[in-house]
Design a protein around this ligand. Structure first.
Ligand code: GRF
Length: 206
């Protein structure tokens, strides 16, 4: 069994992060929620960090003007908290290649659609669900994938699908997909802990 020190990155509500933290608290996952980073000091993620007593850092252009400074600061935090797994959960900023290298490629993201469809720049939040409904897709779902230098293009690790109903609105679809997300993100971390899935070191992240 491999237990990780997790750094979460979340910009908004942080419900995916919470689903993982809850499984850690319940002893289902042996990893530790070591650190939460958000570019938004008023986010639900910030509130949850306080509620769970997890070290929280607001890092944005307001706290560090220069991107290199932000990256260097995060890199120091990785050393301080001995981070071994990075979990992006609704993080609206690009994750820099320097940090992917620092994290040895162990950087996960969750996307609210069946990648490689409906991913890429601009495909976030309700945009994704609107696009799925507009295109008349029969299925949608959620994807956990590795993060590389392009949005939503890294190796797919786990997916679960659902059938899009003719009655679905973007909002109802978002709700149903989020339920899947809350199931498969912790499930994938469990698979990593059990070493039933292995992530190779990245050949190139730039
Ligand atoms: C989720 O739908 C996730 O797939 C996407 O952003 C949303 C974040 O939701 N990347 P939450 O902040 O975890 O509630």
């Amino acid at each position: 069994m491999k237990c990780y020190n997790i750094a979460f990155f979340a910009s908004h509500n942080g419900s995916n992060m919470q689903s993982i933290i809850e499984q850690i608290k319940a002893g289902i996952l042996c990893s530790k929620a070591a650190l939460i980073i958000s570019n938004n000091s008023n986010s639900g993620a910030a509130e949850k960090a306080g509620r769970y007593g997890i070290p929280f850092y607001h890092i944005s252009s307001k706290t560090h003007l220069d991107e290199n400074e932000r990256t260097a600061f995060i890199s120091e935090l990785y050393d301080e908290f001995d981070i071994s797994l990075t979990v992006l959960a609704g993080y609206m900023k690009k994750f820099p290649p320097e940090l992917i290298r620092k994290a040895n490629g162990m950087v996960l993201n969750i996307h609210p659609a069946l990648l490689p469809k409906f991913g890429g720049e601009g495909m976030f939040g309700m945009n994704v669900h609107k696009a799925v409904i507009q295109s008349g897709e029969q299925f949608s779902g959620a994807t956990v994938h590795l993060v590389d230098s392009e949005y939503d293009r890294g190796r797919i690790l786990l997916q679960e699908s659902l059938e899009v109903s003719p009655d679905d609105t973007p909002e109802s679809l978002a709700r149903r997909v989020l339920e899947i997300e809350h199931r498969i993100y912790p499930a994938l971390i469990k698979m990593l802990e059990l070493e039933s899935i292995k992530i190779p070191m990245p050949v190139s992240t730039v």
